[in-house]
Structures are given as C-alpha cells and as structure tokens.
Design a binder for this molecule. Sequence first.
Ligand code: PMT
Length: 398
Amino acid sequence: MRLAGKTVVLCVTGGIAAYKAADLTSKLRHAGAAVRVLMTESATQFISPMTFETLSGNRTVVDTFDRNFAWEVEHISLAKAADVFVIAPATANVIAKAAHGIADDMVTTTLLATKAPVVIAPAMNTGMYDNPVTQQNLQTLRMRGFHIIDPAAGRLACGDTGRGKLPDTPVLIHGIERALTPQDLAGLRVLVTAGPTQEAMDPVRFLSNHSSGKMGYAIAARAAMRGAAVTLVSGPTALDTPAGVQRVDIISARDMYDAVLSRADKQDMIIKAAAVGDYRPAQAAPEKLKKGDDALTVTLARNPDILAALGQRKRPGQLLCGFAMETQNLIDNAESKLRRKNCDMLVANSLRDEGAGFGTDTNIATLLFADGRRETEPIMSKEALADVILDRLIALRQ
Ligand code: PMT
C-alpha cells in the first residue's frame, strides 16, 4: 500500500453520500495516511465534523474565517501539506466551482491553492450527473489533469436509478493510490496469466497444482495501478479481481490457451505467471468414475505449451515474460526455458526456498534476460516483486 506516510486532504461536500467519506477516512488512516478533512457548510447538514475529527485524529475545518485554531493561513498550509487532494463526495456545485476557479469557501480556496494531484469522486442525482453542464465541467477538469473516479450506477437515495452513486471505499482508495503513482505504463496493454489450471478426470475430480494466483494477481494489480490496460486470464482462485483489471476466468490449460492466444496480438507485454498443467487425463469420463478393488490407471495427454506458442508468434515490439517454477537446477532449467520459449525475460523461483513459490505473500526470484544478464532479487512481497518485473520490462522497451 503506497499511502503510508502520505497526507491526504479529504474534502467532503454536501450530498447524502457524505456518510461514506467516514469509512474512507478510517480506511485511509488504517493504510498509514494522515488525513486532514475539510467540509463545506452543506456537508455538515449530512454528517457531523466531529465524526471526521474522531476518525482522522485531526481537527475538521469548515469555516475559512475560524480564528480559534489557525495560526497560519490554513487553506494555504493545507494546500501545501497535501500529497493528494481528494473531493469525495463531490457535488455538481463543487465540480462547477472547480472547473471555473471559483473560490468562496474552505474547500474551494484550498483546492485552488494546491499543487498536489487532485482526485474527484462525483456523487449526485443521475439527472444532475448526466446534465451536459456537469459533463462539460468534468471534461474541463480531466483536461487539466484532475483524476475523476466515475460514479457507480444503481438505485440512488432520491429513488432514481442510474449513474451517480459514490463508489465503494476500495474503489476510492484505488483511485487515490493511482493519483499518487507515476503512470509509466499508460497507453500499454498488458496480459497476465495467474493461478492453476484444472484438468478434468470426470465430473467431480481434476488434476491441478498449488498455485494460489497471488503472484499473477499482484502483477496485474500493479500494472493497472501504473496505468496499463490489463487483462488477467485466471485459473480458479479465491482472490478478488484487482481494481481496474479485466478478468477472464478459465478452468483448463486448453481454455487458457484459447483465452490468451485470441488476445495476444493486441498486447504490448504478456506475463505468464500461471502454473499451467502440462498434462490432462486423455479422456475425461462423462460420469463419476466408480472405485473398484484394482488400481486405476489414467493415461495423460500433453497440453499445449502456451508460452512456447506465444514465443513463436511474438510480434516486433511485444515483450514476453515467462516464469519458471523448479525444485532443482533452478537457473539451468530457467535458462533453457527462456531460450526454448523465446522469452525476453524469465522469472525463476524455487519451491525449495522458504518464502518463495506457491501460496506465500513473498517470493524470491532470479530474473534472466535474453541478452544473458541475470539479476537475483532478495525476498520481498509479491507486490514489490511485481513492480520490479514491470520496471525491468519497461527498461527493455526502451
Ligand atoms: O500463484 P502463487 O501461489 O502466487 O505462486 C506463484 C507461482 C509459483 C505459480 C509463480 O511464481 C510461478 O512460478 N509460475 C509458473 C509456474 C510454472 O508452471 O512454471 P513452469 O516452469 O512449469 O512453466 C514455465 C512457463 O511456461 C510458465 O510461464 C508457465 O506459465 C508456462 N507454461 C507452462 C506449461 C504450459 N503448458 N503452458 C505454459 O504457458
């Protein structure tokens, strides 16, 4: 989580969704951010400043001319203190003021003074949101580099149904973190595979492996956070889809082959972190296999090698990153996979290293490059390793 140690100036404006800003304040603080809350007068009709004081541990500022506490020009000091400036919920009124430089209260004067990235989460009645004036104001703010978090659709407090709901806290936090993250993958398409495959023996049994999907999901999440358009082709896992990622669910290696190969040509980077079954039962029985007294022999058929197929049809400019999971001769086996499968980079990890491999939150990897370079990484979180992998792929593009 990149929010630790950051100062978030959170502006709450007057709509029924103001109550959701309390949860946002709490979650930001849990993530290690310092939260300074500003409210408009109308926001105080929906929720008390004291709620935010308690949750943030800081005084909530409403009145620009409050002399009880301020020893400096408060809207200027808050504008400077902000690492990120958030308006959530943002009413049509504050959006219009922001678009036109109107500064007539604590929120809008501080907004005008800040140089921090600004995140705006509109929440209002559908008619107000869809109104061309509001849309034009939002477009003006987008063009000025403001980060707009699109509202969710659904039943609104006024009884109407449509766009205008303040998104849930995880979506808001993702938008705030994204505003704090350099968008060095913007404009790129990245496809990531993750998790195990399941190869059916009969309707109730399958062959699989211990992959949890954590490594691939971390790569997908970080690539999306850094601005890429990410497709995650995932085997069965218990993980939530990372925010901003398009997920395609598959079961077997052959499903994964079809899902990946049909999307491959459009991708700038393909990262194959999935643990794909090399074999499948040659015949999946149509009904449950009944047990008998004798041993059961199952004939296995070879699955297609997806990474090898990608390596054969790699287009100029496309980068292919494979993984290798080994229990012995890690580097030799990984080097051989890098060459045979025509990868630009390969991430080698060993099941024998404590803190590496299946199911863990950490990994230990050696990165091998097509030009012969090798880089051994110390133990780190899968999220941190995801960033290292993406950093190296960006460097290869250059
Ligand atoms: O999911 P986690 O619990 O977080 O665990 C992470 C991980 C251990 C699964 C991950 O770090 C990892 O190593 N993934 C690759 C596992 C693997 O299948 O390695 P391999 O050496 O068998 O395969 C080599 C490469 O070929 C891999 O990129 C694999 O996706 C690919 N492959 C393999 C077989 C096949 N039929 N098609 C493929 O594309």
